[in-house]
Each structure stands twice: as structure tokens, then as C-alpha cells.
Design a protein around this ligand. Structure first.
Ligand SMILES: [Fe+2]
Ligand SMILES: [Fe+2]
Length: 491
């Protein structure tokens, strides 16, 4: 049956993922563009305050043009393509990315081609014409080109937003409000956590108040609908493992805590503890943390210190407010394992704390399902759960593990599945009714006639008219084999 679906060809892959240098240049370009677009709405085009921002954007654009001969910036769905390559989201770049896509779409501008190196004046004119366009006018691209010609600018050409993007409803997943809020909280939390960690590393003052605020927001979101934030954990395409990992562990822990019936107050404590569980790693040299090969005994020794170092750091974080024992012990415990065979070694036996047991499960699951330098192809969610179940008594609290499996589902959010209709789907939201655990909502992975990716949501409880179901899951597939970027479907 699997042979019905051919893995996409390698050639396609190159257009899907951009190499990391290009991706950095691209993110920088979008950020500069974002700032310039915003500034142009505050100052008029002659204002000197603009100069610095024009210069910075110019440098970013011209770097591309000098490299490739030209630069084409195109919007396809919710993605930005730079010279035919899709730009990956980055933590810092997320807001700029969103802003640019929204502003261009509102004005029905779909692509811009810069044919030669730009000068200051040309870029200035370009930005002011762009931002001056009336929103919602179909003929904006034509008008734009006319205005450029009037000003004798022949180095830039713009194109309209493609009809399919706005009329054919290629993206029929509605943009729910809480999903947008969740995205914002998710990315802001990663960014804020990164700041805190960097400050601790550099022995600078780390302000954790913002982090606490964000965790409270996350608690609110989890109480409302845990599946939205859980969906964010499927976004694993960052190079910055530690930050992404810490936030994911916090989300899984919150969802578990909610099922354990914790109050909002305790959930906030659990959320922040989970977020800070690996904070001790900020004192481990990067060469050790990111070492592709096996660690030496000495390096392992350093690694094993991180729970204790984490405790020390947390005790010194003034703005954490009252640090209670639950938080400190939770961090200390997160590698102890159920039978205490983990680390640190204890002088006297004790029971692993509840926070520690929750975090241990969330930590193991996220670590296994995320690509790492020393393990580029991660476990699928199904494989990870199988491994965890195998040595459940050694590593985990088996009751909590059962609860965790119930939470992520038989088919965890982000799993790629094959359906009996020969379609492929990505699990988007688990079925809230335990009776229908194997019938989640999935996003169908499809391409239209023009080969463009489509997103259509299907509910697997939908009947086919008779007694059967319209679609059922046949088996779980490995997304790496099919070159499918799961994260894309959750942004
Ligand atoms: Fe850890
Ligand atoms: Fe961890």
C-alpha cells in the first residue's frame, strides 16, 4: 500500500529547505524590511531619521542581488520565497515575517523582483509607494509598476498576489484567534527564554519577570484548549535546540499538570520549573553540549552536573519571587529516573518529586522526537512512546506515563499518517472523546493541479454515508522519508 505514495524527489527537497547561511541572510533581510516598512509609516520620505534604516535594508537586499544577480521575493500561501527557496521561520524573525506577509497580502502584492543593485533613492521610493497603496485593491500591482515607471525606476518589478492564494481558498483552515495568540506566546517565550539563558551564561542580570508572565499566559491557553499549544511542539525545525526544547517541555508538563487537576497557581510553578529544567546547561561549554560524537568521561561528568547547577541558578534568580521547594526539587530530580539509577547520585534514597516525574516524561519525549546534532533523524512520536513504554519502570512513573500517552494520543499531534484513501495526513488535533482516540482531526497533505501545497482539514469521525468512515488511519509514516516539513502545517 505504501508504494502508492512515492517519496518526493530530491530535487523538490532543495526548494523546500534553504541552507542555513541563506536562511540567516533571508531572515536578516525580512527583519530589516519590516523595520523600514514600519518606520515609513511614521516619518515622511525625506526625514533623516530614515537614513540608517534605508542603509541597513539596502545592504541586506544588495547582498542577495550581488550573489545571485537578482532578488525575487514572493509570497506563496503563508510562506515567503527568496529566489525560489522557502524561507524558514526563525525565533527572532517571526514577527517580521508575519508583518511582511500580512502587509503585502492586504495590498494584493504577491512578488517583487529586484533586477539590479539598488541605490538609496530607489529603495526609498519603493517603500513609500508600497506602503501608500490602498488596501484591498486588485489592480495595485499594475498601479505600482506604473508609479515606478513614472519615477524612471526600471530595476524593480512587482507582481500581483496570485488568484489562487486569495480566491480559491487553498488555505481553508480558518485562522482561529487563540491559535494566533498561542503562536505569539510560543515564539515570544522562546525568545525571552533565550535572553534569560544568554544573560545567565554571561553572568549578567537575568530578568525572569517576563518569562513568568508568558508562562501565566500559557497556563491560560492550556486551560482553554490544550491541543493548540501542544500543536506548537511539533515545530521542531530550529537550530536552537535548547530553547525550543525547554519551551516544549514546559508545554507538555502544563498539559499533564492540567490533567492532574493542578490549580492555575501550581500550574504556573510547574510551567516555569519545566522551562528552567535545563538552565544548568548554560554553564556547560557549547563544545560539550553540541558534541556530535560520544562524550568522554570528563565531559559526561560536566553534563551530569546540570541539575544541581540549575538549582543553584534558580536560587539566585531574585525576580522569580518566592522560590518554593517544589520548583527547586523538580529541577534537581529531572534525571533521577524512577529507580534512582539516573543522576545526581543520592546519599539517601527518596521518592522522585511529582514535578520531577512529570518533567522527566516531557523531557524524554521531546528529546527523542527532536533532531539533534548527534541524531539527525529523530524518532517518530510513535517510536518514542514505544521506547518509553519499554523501560517504563526504570525511567518513569508508569501511571503518569499512561496519562501522558492519553494526552498525546495514540497518534500524537504532528504524526504523519497514511489513510485508507491513499491520502497522507498530519494529525492536527486529537479527538477529545476517548472512545475515538484513533480518529483525530488531520490535515490532508495534498497538492493541487499546479503542484502547490494545500491544507484541508479532515475529521476522521466523518462517515461515508453508509456504516463506514470516510477516512481511517492505516499506519504511521516517517515524515523524513517523504520530505514533509511538519512544522509548516502548524504555523
Ligand atoms: Fe536535563
Ligand atoms: Fe531537557
Amino acid at each position: 500500500m505504501e508504494s502508492e505514495i512515492q517519496p518526493q524527489k530530491e530535487a523538490h527537497r532543495s526548494s523546500e529547505a534553504m541552507d542555513s547561511e541563506l536562511s540567516k541572510l533571508g531572515s536578516n533581510l525580512i527583519t530589516k524590511f519590516h523595520v523600514l516598512m514600519r518606520i515609513s509609516q511614521i516619518y515622511d520620505s525625506k526625514n533623516v531619521a530614515l537614513n540608517q534604516f534605508i542603509q541597513e535594508s539596502l545592504l541586506a537586499i544588495n547582498t542577495f542581488i550581488q550573489k545571485d544577480g537578482n532578488l525575487c521575493l514572493k509570497i506563496v500561501g503563508d510562506d515567503i520565497f527568496l529566489n525560489e527557496q522557502r524561507l524558514r521561520y526563525s525565533v527572532e524573525g517571526f514577527n517580521s515575517f508575519k508583518y511582511l506577509v500580512i502587509q503585502w497580502k492586504k495590498r494584493f502584492i504577491g512578488d517583487v523582483l529586484y533586477k539590479e543593485v539598488l541605490d538609496e533613492e530607489t529603495l526609498r521610493e519603493f517603500i513609500y509607494i508600497l506602503m501608500g497603496l490602498e488596501e484591498g485593491r486588485e489592480e495595485n500591482a499594475t498601479l505600482f509598476n506604473e508609479k515606478l515607471r513614472e519615477r524612471h525606476i526600471s530595476s524593480i518589478e512587482v507582481g500581483p498576489l496570485e488568484v489562487s492564494e486569495r480566491e480559491e481558498g487553498a488555505y481553508i483552515l480558518e485562522k482561529e484567534d487563540s491559535r494566533e495568540v498561542a503562536k505569539k506566546v510560543f515564539f515570544e517565550t522562546i525568545g525571552t527564554f533565550k535572553e534569560v539563558m544568554t544573560n545567565i551564561k554571561g553572568k549578567q542580570h537575568a530578568d525572569v519577570r517576563k518569562l513568568k508572565r508568558l508562562v501565566r499566559k500559557a497556563v491560560h491557553l492550556v486551560m482553554e484548549d490544550e491541543s493548540i499549544l501542544l500543536g506548537m511542539t511539533a515545530i521542531k525545525n530550529y537550530d536552537e535546540y535548547t530553547f525550543n526544547h525547554s519551551v516544549n517541555v514546559s508545554i507538555y508538563s502544563l498539559a499533564m499538570g492540567r490533567r492532574l487537576g493542578f490549580s492555575r497557581g501550581v500550574l504556573s510553578e510547574l510551567g516555569i520549573t519545566a522551562m528552567l529544567h535545563d538552565i544548568g546547561k548554560s554553564k556547560i561549554p557549547l563544545e560539550v553540549l553540541n558534541k556530535p560524537g560520544a562524550l568522554s568521561d570528563e565531559e559526561w561528568g560536566q553534563m551530569k552536573k546540570h541539575p544541581l547547577t540549575g538549582v543553584e541558578i534558580v536560587l539566585n534568580l531574585k525576580q522569580l519571587g518566592e522560590v518554593n521547594a517544589k520548583m527547586v526539587v523538580g529541577i534537581f530530580d529531572h534525571h533521577l529516573k524512577n529507580d534512582l539509577s539516573g543522576y545526581p547520585k543520592l546519599f539517601r534514597k527518596k521518592r522522585v518529586s511529582l514535578f520531577g516525574r512529570v518533567i522527566q516524561i516531557a523531557d524524554a519525549y521531546d528529546a527523542m522526537t527532536t533532531p539533534r546534532i548527534y541524531k539527525k533523524v529523530p524518532f517518530t512520536p510513535e517510536q518514542a512512546l514505544a521506547v518509553m513504554l519499554k523501560d517504563r519502570d526504570v525511567h518513569f512513573d508508569s501511571i503518569l506515563l499512561k496519562m501522558f500517552i492519553g494526552l498525546v494520543g495514540v497518534y500524537p499531534i504532528g504524526s504523519l499518517v497514511l489513510l485508507d484513501t491513499h491520502e497522507m495526513g498530519i494529525v492536527f488535533r486529537p479527538n477529545p472523546d476517548p472512545q475515538w482516540m484513533e480518529r483525530p482531526q488531520v490535515i490532508l497533505v495534498e497538492r493541487d493541479k499546479r503542484g502547490k501545497g494545500m491544507k484541508e482539514l479532515a475529521d476522521l469521525t466523518e462517515r461515508n454515508g453508509g456504516n463506514g468512515f470516510k477516512r481511517s488511519i492505516v499506519k504511521v509514516l516517517d515524515p523524513n522519508k517523504y520530505h514533509i516539513d511538519i512544522a509548516k502545517y502548524f504555523l
